[in-house]
Write a protein that binds this ligand. Sequence first.
Ligand code: ATP
Length: 437
Amino acid sequence: MASDTTMEKIISLCKRRGFIYQGSEIYGGLAGTWDFGPYGALLKENIKNLWWKMMVDYRDDMYRVDAAILMHPRVWEASGHVRGFSDPLVECKKCKRRFRADQVGERCPECEGAFGEVRQFNMMFKTQIGAAEDASSVSYLRPETAGGMFVNFKNVMDSLHPKLPFGLAQIGKAFRNEIAPRDFIFRSREFEQMEIEYFVHPRIWKEKFEEWRGAMHEFIKAVGIDSSKVSELEVPGAERAHYSQRTIDFEFEYPFGKKELYGLAYRTDFDLGAHSKHSGVDVAVQDEESGEKYMPHVIEPSFGVDRTILAILASCYREDEMGGETRTYLALPPVIAPVKAAVFPLLKNKPELVAKAREVYVALKIEIPQVMWDDNGNIGKRYRRQDEIGTPYTITIDFDTLGESGAEKKDTVTVRDRNTGVQERVHMNELSSKIAA
Ligand code: ATP
C-alpha cells in the first residue's frame, strides 16, 4: 500500500538523518517514547518559536506561563481527571494481551482468544511524592498542560491585572499511559503540547471561538502543514470531553488515515468553577460594564507538538528525479527548517578554498545562527544530505569565488535552491538577505 510506504519512508528518513529515534533504543526500546536527535530537536524548537510568535508575541492579550509538571493531586480531582480520564480496556483471556476496546473487534487480533469484561483504565501516570508511601503522597504526571494555567489564573490576575478577555499560553510535556501507543509519534505516552486558555465573558464566547479557529488555520499554513489535508470535525455532544460544550477537532490525513491533529474546545466555566469550589479560593472577576461578578469562561485551542511534526513530515516529504537519480527532500518552510543554509568548500583539500569558505560561513553564522558547515564527502553527497534534512539553500565556494576566473566573479558564490536544484551566483555580501528572505 502506498500509504504504508510513505510512513515507512518517513520513519526511515527520521532515523537515518538524526531527527527521531525510538526511545531507549539500545535497550530494545521503551514503547510509546521517542527521542529527538539533533535535527529533530531543532525542528521542534523552530515550531515552538513560531507558535510563541504567532500566538503570544504578535498579540497584546496573551501571556506565557511555565507551570510545574507535578501538581497537587487535588488539581486532577477538581478537573475530573482522577474520575474520568480513562479509556475502555479489554484483556484477552488466552494470551493476556490488553487492547483499547474501541479499537478491536470481538476477538483478540493476536491469538483469536475471547476478551474479558471491558473496564475503564485511567491514563494518568501515578507517582509518589517524597519518601512516604501512603495515599497522601500520591501525585500524577500532568496528562495535559491546561491545569497549570487554570490554577495560575488568579496569580496572573493579581500580579499583572490584565483586562478580560486575555489568555495564558504554555508549552510543555504531557504524559498519558496510552493502552496502545502507535503510528510513530502520533500516539505516544510522553509528548508535548502547546495550549492556550483564553478567558472571556460568556457573552462573547462564540466570537472568540471563531477568532481562534481562524488563528489555528493560520498556524497550520505557516508551519508547513498541507491545508488541503486538514478538515474540521464538529464533535457530537456524546463524544465530547466532560468539560466541553463545543469542540472542533482539526483532523489531518496522515498516511495511516484521517486522525486528530489539534482540538478547539469551549470549556465554559467548568475549570475555574471546579477549582474555585475544590480549593475554596474564589477566582470570579468583576465585569467592567455591569459591575456584576462572574466566573470567566474558557476557549481552549490545543496543539500537539509531535502531531504537528508528523503532519509536517507527511506534507513536506518529496521524491523527484534529479541528475538521473531519484532524490528525496523535505520541502520545509525556511522558518522551521533545522538548518537555514549549509556552506561548502568545493574541495576540502584546497586550503585557499577552505579558508574562503570559512570566512563566508563565519560572517553568515553571525547573522543567521542556524547555518551549518559541511565538507563531508563529495558535493553530490552533501546535496543529498542537506535535501533530506530540508535545508532551503546550499552555498558552494569555488575557484571563481577566489577570483581565478576574473574579477567579475570574485567574491560570488553558488547558491542552490533545495526544491528546484537551480543554482545562481550571489555576491557573498548579499547572502544573509537572500537566505533570510
Ligand atoms: P485522541 O482522541 O487522539 O487520543 P485527544 O482528543 O485525547 O486525542 P486532547 O486531549 O484533545 O487529545 O489533547 C490535545 C492535543 O494533544 C491533541 O490534539 C494532540 O495533538 C495531542 N495529543 C493527545 N494525546 C496524544 C498522544 N498520546 N500522543 C501525541 N500527541 C497527543
